[in-house]
Design a protein around this ligand. Sequence first.
Ligand SMILES: [Zn+2]
Length: 150
Amino acid sequence: MFLLVGIDTEGDNQWDAAARANQRFENIYALPRLHALFARHGVRPTYVITYPVATDPRSVDVLRGLTAGGDCEIGAHHHAWETPPCTPEDVRRHPYAANLPLPRFEQQLASLTAAIDAAVGARPMFKSNPASRRCSTKGTRAAPTSSRRR
Ligand SMILES: [Zn+2]
C-alpha cells in the first residue's frame, strides 16, 4: 500500500473575495516547517501550486528551496479565476474549470504549467480528459513527454 501526499497550495483564504483580490502567501512561506515534518517521517510530498504562487517571487524562493532537497515534487493546481487568461471579474465571480469554454481552459493550463516551469524548472505533465476536465498532475524533472513541452 502506498500513501500519496499532495498539498494544495494557493494564496491565503481563497474563499474570500477581498483576499483573492489582494493576494497574500503566508501559508506558502510556512511550508518549510511542514516539509521538515514530512522529512522526519520519510514522506515525499507533492505540492500543487496555483499561478499566483508560481509567480510570487518569495513563494518561488520557498519552493526552490524545497525542491533543492530532492524530496518533493511540484504539480499544478488550477484556479479558473486567477490563471491567465482571466479578468478581474473572474476574481470576484470565482468560476471553476467546468464554467470555462474548453479553449480558455486549455490556455489556462498552458499558462499555469509555463509559470511553474519558469518558477522551479519542471513543467507538470497533464493526463487529462477534456470531456471531464479531470486532470492528474505530477511535477517532474523527467524527460519531456507532453506535446506542450519545449
Ligand atoms: Zn485551490
